[in-house]
Design a binder for this molecule. Structure first.
Ligand code: MF3
Ligand code: CO
Length: 260
């Protein structure tokens, strides 16, 4: 399958899907607290998504049981919500959410610290987020796709972190996963040329220790192989002739100055 260029109308719908998801992330982030089960997080997110007349894209995707992925500490991604899994003080909690709005999808992830987190955890979260924004500096028409990969990976690796290699970002549109696949580390090739109208989900997954990961027996939860802390940051973006538009940020996040 080729990389699709979205029409003006499609871009409009992708933007709407992005704004809704940004709001869901913001509200869910505020609701997150110590003692809450990951099942409660999922239920709340599901209600929020449906309140916008959207569909949680993860629910039932390849049999995935939740509406969101909740991955704690050494869990990298795809943590399955459970009634018995309670969030504790000092945990770092990655929330990954996808919505379908009028047939168009958005996908975004945030890692939140709950209560008092360690300084190394705080730095991991901040630098994982910044690695995404390093990628944005080369995410425009005329650049090649894997320049984004290298910008993300080189930044994260400069701190000695392990950049997860077994999972990648992706094109997005009427499907959650479209071409191309987008690794988060330097590639030998330069990849396809970026063109205005491409919509991509860029999602660095960064471990404090090794980049290697393992799958738990539930066949979903991915953990770092050395059980070191892991953070995830993802947005759906639109490639333009200039700086990319980040479709899944709130006004507040932009006002905070994270996207310079
Ligand atoms: N954001 C993830 C991705 O891009 C989430 C997929 S989880 C699943 O692949 F449950 F839907 F599979
Ligand atoms: Co994704």
């Amino acid at each position: 399958m080729a990389i699709t260029i979205k029409s003006e109308r499609e871009i409009e719908l992708m933007k709407e899907a992005g704004v809704i998801l940004a709001k869901v992330h913001q509200d869910l982030g505020h609701a997150l607290h110590e003692g809450m089960s990951t099942w409660e997080v999922d239920k709340l997110a599901d209600e929020m998504i449906r309140s916008y007349n959207c569909i949680p894209s993860f629910k039932g995707y390849n049999g995935y049981p939740g509406s969101v992925c909740v991955s704690i500490n050494e869990e990298v991604v795809h943590g399955i919500p459970k009634k018995e899994r309670l969030i504790k003080d000092g945990d770092i909690v990655s929330l990954d959410i996808g919505v379908i709005h009028k047939g168009y999808q958005s996908d975004a992830a945030r890692t939140h610290g709950v209560g008092n987190i360690s300084e190394e955890a705080r730095l991991l979260i901040e630098r994982t987020r910044q690695s995404f924004f390093e990628g944005m500096k080369v995410a425009s028409e005329g650049h090649h796709l894997f320049e984004i990969s290298a910008a993300i990976g080189n930044y994260a690796e400069s701190f000695g972190y392990g950049v997860v290699r077994d999972l990648v970002g992706h094109g997005i549109g009427t499907n959650m996963h479209e071409d191309p696949q987008i690794p988060n580390f330097k590639q030998l090739l330069r990849g396809p040329k970026l063109r205005a109208g491409m919509t991509l989900a860029i999602e660095p997954m960064i471990n404090i220790g090794t980049w290697e990961v393992e799958w738990l027996d539930d066949d979903w939860t991915v953990v770092s192989a050395d059980n070191s802390l892991s953070a995830h940051y993802e947005n759906t973006i639109l490639i333009t002739n200039g700086r990319p538009e980040i479709l899944t940020l709130t006004e507040e996040e932009i006002a905070e100055g994270i996207y310079k």
